[in-house]
Structure formats: structure tokens, C-alpha cells
Design a protein around this ligand. Structure first.
Ligand code: ADP
Ligand code: ZN
Length: 517
């Protein structure tokens, strides 16, 4: 055991990293690692994940192996460590042969405290790993191991063998995006069933959450910008052409804006990033290619011109604003046209059903009639009891009615269906549908069959979605989208907890179907 006395980790924090205190969860995570336990750390971007393995790397005997898919960022991270006098290296396919050999020699000498390696290059280290002392394995961006996740990387699947080969070396998996399903998958895939899971709060209370129908988006943007003249911001578009068109329109109106997308050369992209960081060109109109590794603290607003394909991406993107903790404004435009297009993108993918379920959740967020922050945090498994007061719904709440009875019926149906059925079937059962699938499964015999037959199908659907949004129910995306009760549902069913529901007011007919740019 290499437990280390409390003052020592504080000393390392101060001496090696120059910080006075830990960010939320860092200390607990580091202690868990130093106690030789496996760990899963879920922290929002900017939450300080790196320290959770860098500090233990110094406290533990041997070398810490950091597996990271972000080859482009490895050099910066290693340079930063070296600048603090910490012996570190990286190893990936972008290096010339000679440099790789040099790194291997350093690794073999046992003098490195950290080595960053791409998962694809890990097999090349295998031989040396067997003969040196390894302090810790750190799997960064661990959601890449889950085929349910949105960035699946096949090379991550071989990491399953780490625990077989090195059962006595502790392992820490870190990620900023993991719904409950992905989280469970990470533990399974990395073969760390007993890992302790730490989830830092994802709440960013300084971000104002604003969702609007996507009509006349350009006009809405210009109206917004009039009141945000000299601020820095990011507009996300779905297509490259869209970014260029909008950047040109903004420039014509006298704003300093540049387009950014994967079709530019890397020199162009570096230049644009620099212009943005230095406020030479404070507005960026970008595809999602933009943002990884951007550390600009004074981004005051983020606009989604098009709807993102899932909440994970959306939350990361809005999270690039307000890093300094000062108020920031986020606007999401949603339109039926975007949804149609995103559905097309998802169709035919290997994990089509999963992607479509995630998209549906995104759409439900956009159409939510309850506090947006509740919906967002609920998606990440964090359930807050109070409305946030800093979103469009809290600012202008709809008329609510007492939906407790409906909520009880829905929860009871979900319970009687053994939490095994997805939204469509739950609605069919509540509505007393004569559907063949209902009869095949014998659901016409359960007690809640037809319990809500007086509520129109569409209304009932919206009520169930509101229950999802309020954190009473949850969707298990990786298990056919089945609906599951949360602890809140139990309070609704057994403790008479009141539930507010709103009638769906948006008139679908008036939502113009727009072509995406
Ligand atoms: P993540 O990987 O979670 O996005 P990083 O590890 O890059 O986050 O850390 C985000 C920022 O927070 C960095 O600028 C880092 O230097 C800073 N940071 C990390 N830990 C601390 C701490 N204990 N005190 C102050 N700043 C910290
Ligand atoms: Zn709110």
C-alpha cells in the first residue's frame, strides 16, 4: 500500500502544480487512486480531470500510463508537465521513428513519471510495460470505449485486457460525457466492476439557457448581437457552407467573424483559433469541429444555429462559454427541418436506434416545458429539486396544472411493465390500445391497461416526456430505450409527491419547415 499522508498531496498540489486548493472531487478521486482502487471520474470539461492522474503519478512509485485519443493535444500536455519539472513523454504514430525509439528507451529506463500514449500505439509498449514498474493506468476520454457513446474508438476495446494483464495496477477512467448507460458500459468494458464512481456536478449556473423556434434565425441573431456588441461568441452550424454564409453575412454587417470547419487547412484553422483567442476576431461560426482544446475564458455567448444531434454534444458546446464564471448566454434554435435532417444522418448507422433515441432526447429538451437545467442535469443523472431561475422556461413559465394523478398512472404502468418497455408501448398500454403487440405480450391483463384512455395520445405522449424531463422517469438508451423509474417516481407513487404538468401549446403547424443552410 502506498497511501500517502494528507499533507503530502497538498504539498504536491502547491509545489508541483501551483494550486492552493482542489477543485470539487479532485481530492476524493486522488485519494481513491492512491489507495490503489479503480476509479471512474466523471467531470465536466474544465473540471480538472488531468490533475486526478497527474498528481497520483508523482505520488506513486513507477510510471503512469495515460491512454488518450487526442494526439493533437498530447504534446501540449507533455510540454506543460516538463515545464513544471515533471519527467513526461508521449508516444503516438505522428512521431518519427527515431523519436519513438528515444521515448521507448526513456520508458524502459523507468525514469518517466508519465507517458501519454494513443490507444492504437499501446501494443508497441506492451513489451516494456511488462518489465517496468507501472504506478497507474489512466484512460482519458473513457467514453470512447463504449459503442453506445458518440465517439466510439475501436482501439479502445483492447483496453479490456489491461486489467487481465496488470491486475494489481490501479486504473482510473476519466470522461466529461457519460450518461448512466455509457458509465455502466465503461466499467464493464474496462473490466473494473468495483470501480468507485465520482460524478462532479455538471451544473454551470452562470449559463443562461435559452431555446427558441428556428424561424428567422438570422434576424434573431442580429437582434441578439445588438445588445452584445463587443462580446466574444461562437455560433455552431451543421454544415460547412452554413458557417461560411453566416460568417459572410455577419462580416457584411460590421461584425468581426470568421468561419471554421474541417474543410480548411490546418494552418488556416490555427490562425483562426488564434484570432479568436486573442479577440482579433471575437466571433467564430463553426461546425462542431471547433472547440476541442480551446481554453478561452471570456466567451460570453454560444448560439446553436442548428440543433445538435444529442445532449452530450450540446452541453459540451454551450460549456465553452462562461468559463470565467461570469454570466453567459446560450441560445438553441430548433426546427423540424433540422430534426428531419439529423434523423437522416443517423439512419443506417451501426448504432442507429441508439443515435435516434439520443436525438429524440435532444428534441424533448428543446420542447421541454419544465426548467431546462433540470432536464439537462437529469440527463446526466443529477437531479436538482429547485427550478434554476436562469432559463427561458423559468423566466416565462407555462401554465401548469396538477398532473399528479396522470403521473401516478404513468409510473404505475411503467412499474407493471417491469420497466422493460419503451415509450410507444407504455402509451399503448395506458391508452388501452388494441395493438397486436399489446395482446401478444398479454399486457391487456395488467391493471393499468387503459388507465388513461380518456387522455388523447398526443397529450399523453407529452406528459410522459415531461415526466422524463422532470427526472421522474429515465430512458435506458442502450436497452431499447426502455423507460425506468427514478427515485422520484417512487415518491410520486408512494408518498403523494405532487407533479406539475403543462399542456403542450406549441402549434406544430406554424413551425415552418426550413431547409438547413
Ligand atoms: P478537463 O480535462 O477536465 O477539461 P483540465 O484538467 O484541463 O480539465 O483542467 C482545466 C483547468 O483547470 C486547467 O486550466 C487547469 O490548469 C485548471 N485546474 C486544474 N486543477 C486545478 C486546481 N486544483 N486549482 C485551480 N485550477 C486547476
Ligand atoms: Zn430553469
Amino acid at each position: 500500500m502506498e497511501t500517502i499522508a494528507q499533507p503530502t498531496i497538498f504539498e504536491l498540489l502547491k509545489k508541483q502544480f501551483g494550486y492552493d486548493s482542489f477543485l470539487p472531487n479532485q481530492e476524493e478521486i486522488i485519494n481513491n487512486v492512491l489507495d490503489q482502487n479503480d476509479t471512474i471520474a466523471i467531470m465536466p470539461t474544465g473540471g480538472g480531470k488531468s490533475l486526478c492522474f497527474q498528481l497520483p503519478a508523482l505520488a506513486l512509485e513507477g510510471t503512469t500510463i495515460v491512454i488518450s485519443p487526442l494526439i493533437a493535444l498530447m504534446k501540449d500536455q507533455v510540454d506543460a508537465l516538463k515545464a513544471n519539472g515533471i519527467p513526461a513523454q508521449f508516444f503516438n504514430s505522428s512521431q518519427p521513428y527515431g523519436e519513438q525509439q528515444q521515448v521507448l528507451r526513456e520508458l524502459q529506463s523507468g525514469n518517466l513519471k508519465l507517458i501519454y500514449v494513443a490507444p492504437e500505439s499501446l501494443p508497441q509498449l506492451n513489451f516494456i510495460l511488462k518489465i517496468i514498474k507501472i504506478g497507474l493506468f489512466a484512460v482519458d476520454e473513457a467514453h470512447c470505449i463504449s459503442s453506445w457513446g458518440h465517439d466510439f474508438r475501436p482501439a479502445y476495446t483492447q483496453l479490456k485486457r489491461l486489467k487481465e494483464q496488470f491486475p494489481n495496477v490501479p486504473l482510473i477512467a476519466l470522461t466529461a460525457t457519460a450518461d448512466r448507460a455509457t458509465r455502466e458500459d465503461i466499467a464493464l468494458q474496462l473490466a473494473i466492476p468495483n470501480a468507485k464512481i465520482f460524478i462532479a456536478s455538471f451544473d454551470r449556473p452562470n449559463l443562461y439557457l435559452d431555446v427558441r423556434p428556428g424561424q428567422n434565425r438570422n434576424k434573431q441573431i442580429f437582434d441578439f448581437l445588438k445588445n452584445h456588441r463587443d462580446e466574444s461568441g461562437i455560433i455552431y452550424c451543421l454544415s460547412r457552407k452554413g458557417t461560411e454564409k453566416l460568417a459572410a453575412t455577419l462580416t457584411a454587417k460590421g461584425y468581426k467573424a470568421e468561419a471554421y470547419h474541417a474543410g480548411l487547412t490546418s494552418e488556416e484553422r490555427t490562425q483562426i483559433q488564434e484570432n479568436f483567442t486573442n479577440d482579433v476576431s471575437p466571433i467564430i461560426v463553426a461546425t462542431i469541429a471547433f472547440g476541442m482544446g480551446i481554453d478561452k475564458s471570456n466567451v460570453r455567448w454560444v448560439i446553436h444555429y442548428n440543433m445538435p444531434k444529442n445532449i452530450d454534444g450540446y452541453y459540451q458546446e454551450i460549456g465553452r462559454s462562461g468559463r470565467d464564471g461570469m454570466p453567459a448566454h446560450t441560445i438553441l434554435f430548433h426546427s423540424f427541418g433540422d430534426i428531419v435532417m439529423l434523423r437522416k444522418f443517423a439512419e443506417g448507422a451501426d448504432n442507429e436506434a441508439y443515435q435516434l433515441a439520443k436525438l429524440e432526447r435532444m428534441q424533448q429538451y428543446a420542447e421541454a416545458l419544465s426548467c431546462r437545467r433540470k432536464v439537462l442535469l437529469g440527463y446526466f443523472g443529477e437531479h436538482i429539486s429547485e427550478d434554476c431561475g436562469n432559463c427561458d422556461i423559468c423566466k416565462a413559465p407555462p401554465n401548469y396544472f396538477d398532473g399528479t394523478l396522470i403521473a401516478q398512472k404513468v409510473c404505475s404502468a411503467v412499474a407493471r411493465l417491469q420497466e422493460e418497455e419503451a415509450l410507444g408501448m407504455v402509451l399503448d398500454v395506458l391508452r388501452g390500445s388494441q395493438n397486436a403487440q399489446v395482446f401478444d405480450k398479454g399486457y391487456q391483463k395488467i391493471k393499468t391497461y387503459g388507465a388513461a384512455k380518456d387522455v388523447p395520445w398526443r397529450d399523453l405522449q407529452h406528459y410522459v416526456i415531461q415526466l422524463l424531463n422532470q427526472g421522474v422517469l429515465e430512458v435506458y438508451f442502450h436497452e431499447n430505450g426502455r423507460l425506468v423509474l427514478t427515485p422520484q417516481a417512487k415518491r410520486v407513487l408512494f408518498e403523494g409527491k405532487k407533479v406539475r404538468l403543462a399542456n403542450f401549446v406549441q402549434e406544430i403547424e406554424t413551425v415552418k419547415i426550413e431547409r438547413a443552410p
